[in-house]
Design a protein around this ligand. Structure first.
Ligand code: DLL
Length: 434
């Protein structure tokens, strides 16, 4: 039986959802026009006035917003409510350039937490559950978002934040946590530690809500098997609120976009043309219920596909595929596009783990790519010969997946640094040379 936080909304008819979107879009555009000089100027430059937008069908007329706009308008340029109405900021972990800062009124936080509550209930969460939140707290949205959602459902919430794995495991066992919220890479690390400490029989987890970074279906199966749970995906970004822009239901076949709060489009990343639903493209979101920091046609750089079909859970919101990788994450090696997720898929299919790292370098004018992956306990007792054969086998599989040759090195257990938040999968030394 499907479990909902706001059943009438989550299962509303497509006509009803469209009606909400039309009404809220118009309200948002008017609000932004009145309160945000930066976006108003963008509209004027594009020759669009408020009156030109009569419904969602006119969305394409509006200018895009990008992360560069957010950086340019930093810190207050895209705030659309008086400072006195704003109660919180969150920020991206951006390592280069200016950070992106998002603002929230109390109502914005409230609606965001509702989205996270929907995600928790979609995985079967009820007030009987004990939710262990080990996303980072603070500026990162993962901890605060899921924490708020868990409170709304009425779950006992463990605000662990990231790191301190020993303590995570102690609370997980002692307090009998049933739902785990963290990045998939940290979930894999926790699973590994649980096995090493022989705690598998003492944990009561039934579900995990994992997101904030790309992860493959192979990694999902690996985590599910190791922890004996169902692993669900959750997507979001700071600029749009945080986690809960979309979330997976029991069907585990893509994430329902909270369409009463966000309108989603897919566009051709090169031309900006809107693509029909079902085509692979860059995901673009328009927030339609936010006050402090509404974003119109925000380009995420995440590549995905939208599917509007009947879901067995009863939800009517459109589903987005797992983002197939950010256009930012894509490596171009010897002219070939390489996504880390493709490499992960090969490694896991070949019986290795998600403890891997991709090193890209350039010698002279030639790019080189090396994949380091840790040995599994089975391989550890194998002969050097056998390990070399395994390396060659993986290299062949990568060649057929990517079309280029990658050096594969099976390295000692525990030699690749574990991640407590978003994993760093790629070290691109070419960038160091400028
Ligand atoms: O990662 C918000 C979040 C927290 C989502 C916890 C889910 C769970 P940012 O740090 O601003 O926000 O990063 C946003 O992370 O544009 C995607 O590229 C990536 N991302 C987020 N969720 C997923 C996911 C949070 N489920 C950026 N799968 C986004 C793949 C994801 N990538």
């Amino acid at each position: 039986m499907a479990n909902y936080y706001q059943k009438e909304i989550e299962t509303a008819s497509p006509e009803q959802i469209r009606a909400w979107q039309n009404e809220r879009l118009l309200k948002t555009i008017q609000h932004v026009w009145d309160n945000n000089a930066y976006y108003r100027q963008k509209m004027i430059d594009r020759g669009v006035l408020v009156g030109d937008i009569k419904s969602v069908d006119d969305l394409w007329k509006l200018p895009f917003l990008t992360k560069d706009d957010l950086r340019e308008a930093y810190p207050y340029g895209l705030m659309s409510a008086p400072l006195s109405d704003c109660v919180r900021i969150q920020s991206t972990s951006g390592t280069t350039g200016k950070r992106v800062v998002a603002f929230y009124t109390q109502e914005d936080i409230d609606l965001w937490e509702d989205c996270c509550a929907r995600a928790i209930m979609a995985v079967g969460g009820t007030k009987e559950d004990v939710v262990q939140v080990c996303y980072g707290y603070g500026l990162f949205t993962g901890g605060p978002g899921l924490n708020g959602g868990s409170h709304k459902v009425g779950c006992l919430t463990l605000p662990m934040s990231s790191g301190n794995t020993e303590r995570q495991l102690q609370f997980m066992v002692d307090l009998e946590a049933t739902i785990l919220c963290c990045t998939p890479s940290y979930a894999a690390y926790l699973a590994e530690s649980i096995h090493e400490k022989g705690l598998r029989d003492q944990i009561k987890l039934k579900a995990g809500i994992f997101g904030a970074e790309a992860w493959t279906e192979e990694m999902r199966r690996d985590i599910e098997e190791k922890l004996g749970i169902k692993a669900y995906d959750i997507y979001g970004l700071t600029e749009l609120s945080g986690p809960g822009v979309s979330f997976e239901c029991e069907e585990q076949t893509g994430m329902h976009v909270n369409e009463d709060h966000f309108i989603v489009e897919t566009i051709d990343p090169d031309t900006g043309a809107v693509l029909p639903e079902g085509s692979r493209g860059e995901l673009v979101f328009t927030s339609i219920t936010k006050t402090a920091f509404p974003l119109i046609r925000y380009r995420t750089k995440d590549i995905g596909v939208l599917k509007r079909e009947k879901c067995s859970c009863g939800r009517t919101f459109v589903k987005m595929s797992k983002p197939m990788g950010r256009s930012d994450d894509m490596l171009i090696v010897r002219g070939v596009n390489v996504f880390p997720s493709q490499i992960e898929q090969v490694l896991l299919t070949k019986g290795l783990t998600s403890n891997y790292q991709i090193l890209v370098d350039r010698v002279g004018t030639t790019d080189s790519i090396e994949v380091k992956v840790e040995m599994t306990p089975e391989l550890f007792s194998d002969t050097i010969n056998h390990i070399s054969r395994k390396e060659a086998e993986i290299s062949d599989a990568l060649k057929s997946m990517l079309g280029i040759t990658a050096k594969v090195s099976i390295v000692e257990p525990k030699s690749i640094i574990r991640s407590e938040g978003k994993a760093v999968r790629v070290i691109d030394k070419r960038k160091l040379y400028g």
